[in-house]
Design a protein around this ligand. Structure first.
Ligand code: OVM
Length: 408
C-alpha cells in the first residue's frame, strides 16, 4: 500500500494527480500552476493527501483567515499535531495568536520602516561598493555569475551585518535556509540531501543566536533588549534570532537572483530600468510577482471550513500556492508578461495577513538598491550562458546565472 491509498479522495473536489514537489514540476512549475488554477478554486492531490489552491482570491482567503487556517500545526506538509517538528517550532512562523502576537510585535518593531531608515545608508554604500567591484571585473573582461557575485554576495553582507553577526561562516546561512525551506515540503530526495548537513549547520546557527555572539545595537541584540524589557522571555530571545537567520537571507538571495534572471531574459525591461533607475523598486516587486522566491506555504484547518463552497474537514493540510496566485489571470491583466511598469500591488510573494513577511521592508530595500546600482552602471544585461537551477521544495532558486554586462 502506498501513502496515497491511506487518504481517500473527498467527494465533490476536483482531483489533480500531480506531485508539486517532484523534480520536474519544481524545475518548471508554471504549466502545473495553470492546470491547478483551471481545475478549480481548490483541488485535492492524492499523492500527498492535501488540498491545494492556486487562485489569487482563495490563496488570499486562506492566508487572511488565521483562525480557520492555523500555522501552529506547521506551515509545511508535516502536521505537527501528528508528528514532531523537524526542529523546535518557530515562535512566529509556526504559531497562532496570542503566542504569535508577542513575537510578531517585537520583530515588527525591529524591522519597522522607521528602524530600516537607520540602516538604509549602510545598505546603499554596500550596494555601490559591490557594483563598483563588479564593474571593475567586467572591465577586466570577466563574465559575471549573477548568483554568486550579486544575489548571494549582497544579502550575505548587509543583512547579517544588520543583525550583528560575525563575518566568518556566513555560508551556513544559505545551507540552513536551503534546509528549512526544503523541510516545508515532503520527505523527498531534496530534503534528504539537505538534511545530511543538518547537524553542523544547525549547531552553527544556534551558537550564533546567543547574545554574546551578536554585536550591540544590531537586530539580534534588539531582541535581547526586548527580553530585558520583559516583552518576551530570555529563553525566547535566541529562538527569535533564529527566525532572522532562517528567513532573512535565502529569501532575499533568491528574490534578487530571480529579478536578475527576469531582467536578463527581458532585454526591453532592462533597457527601461537602465533609462530610469528610479524604476528599481517596482521592477523588484514585479519580479517577486513573476518568479516568487517563496512559492508555497501550508496551513492546517482548525475546523470544518468551506473554501469557495468546497468543504474541507478539520485537520486538513491546505497548500496555498503563492506563485500560482501571482499569475492568476483572474487577478492580473496579462499575467505571463514581465512588466516592470506594472504596480503588482496585492501579490502574494510576501504572503498576506498576520503572517505576511515581517521583513518585507528590508527585503524591498535590498532589491531596490541592488537593481538601481546595477542599472546605473550597465546599459545592457544579457545571458552569457544557460543558468542552472537549485531545486528546493519551496524556494524558486538558481545556483548560477552567467551574465554579460555592458558598461554604460
Ligand atoms: C522562522 C521563519 C519565518 C519565515 C519563514 C521561514 C522557513 C522561517 O521564523 O523561522 O522560512
Amino acid at each position: 500500500m502506498t501513502e496515497q491509498d491511506l487518504v481517500a479522495a473527498p467527494a465533490g473536489v476536483p482531483v489533480l494527480d500531480l506531485d508539486p514537489f517532484s523534480m520536474a514540476l519544481l524545475d518548471d512549475p508554471y504549466p502545473y500552476h495553470a492546470r491547478l488554477r483551471e481545475a478549480g478554486p481548490v483541488v485535492w492531490m492524492p499523492k500527498h493527501g492535501i488540498y491545494v489552491t492556486g487562485r489569487h482570491e482563495q490563496v488570499r482567503e486562506v492566508l487572511n483567515d488565521h483562525e480557520a487556517y492555523i500555522s501552529s500545526a506547521g506551515v509545511g506538509l508535516a502536521n505537527f499535531n501528528k508528528e514532531p517538528p523537524f526542529r523546535p517550532k518557530s515562535l512566529i512562523l509556526e504559531a497562532d495568536p496570542p503566542d504569535h502576537t508577542r513575537a510578531r510585535t517585537v520583530l515588527s518593531r525591529i524591522l519597522s520602516p522607521r528602524s530600516v531608515m537607520l540602516i538604509r545608508a549602510s545598505f546603499v554604500l554596500e550596494a555601490d561598493r559591490l557594483l563598483d567591484e563588479l564593474l571593475a571585473a567586467v572591465q577586466a573582461g570577466q563574465v559575471v555569475d549573477g548568483i554568486g557575485q550579486v544575489a548571494e554576495a549582497y544579502p550575505l553582507k548587509v543583512f547579517p551585518d544588520a543583525v550583528g553577526l560575525e563575518s566568518q561562516g556566513r555560508e551556513n546561512l544559505l545551507l540552513y535556509g536551503d534546509m528549512v525551506f526544503n523541510a516545508v515540503g515532503p520527505r523527498n530526495e531534496l530534503l534528504a540531501r539537505s538534511a545530511e548537513k543538518v547537524q553542523p549547520v544547525t549547531a552553527w546557527i544556534m551558537a550564533h543566536c546567543q547574545r554574546h555572539m551578536l554585536q550591540a545595537g544590531g537586530f539580534g541584540d534588539l531582541i535581547y533588549q526586548a527580553a530585558d524589557a520583559g516583552e518576551i522571555s530570555q529563553d525566547e530571545a535566541p529562538m527569535l534570532v533564529r527566525s532572522f537567520l532562517s528567513a532573512g537571507v535565502d529569501t532575499t538571495v533568491n528574490g534578487i537572483g530571480n529579478a536578475l534572471w527576469c531582467l536578463a531574459s527581458h532585454p526591453e525591461a532592462y533597457a527601461k530600468l537602465h533609462a530610469d533607475p528610479g524604476l528599481a523598486r517596482t521592477a523588484f516587486e514585479e519580479a517577486l510577482r513573476f518568479e516568487s522566491a517563496v512559492q508555497t506555504f501550508f496551513r492546517t484547518t482548525s475546523r470544518d471550513v468551506l473554501l469557495a463552497g468546497v468543504p474541507i474537514p478539520a485537520g486538513s493540510k491546505v497548500l496555498a500556492s503563492l506563485a500560482a496566485a501571482n499569475r492568476d489571470e483572474r487577478q492580473w491583466p496579462d499575467p505571463e508578461r514581465f512588466d516592470i511598469e506594472r504596480r503588482p500591488t496585492g501579490h502574494m510573494a510576501f504572503g498576506s495577513g498576520i503572517h505576511g513577511c515581517v521583513g518585507q521592508v528590508v527585503a524591498r530595500l535590498e532589491g531596490e538598491l541592488i537593481l538601481a546600482a546595477l542599472a546605473k552602471r550597465f546599459k545592457r544585461l544579457e545571458l552569457a550562458g544557460q543558468p542552472t537551477r537549485r531545486l528546493n521544495n519551496t524556494l524558486r532558486a538558481l545556483s548560477s546565472l552567467p551574465l554579460r554586462l555592458t558598461p554604460a
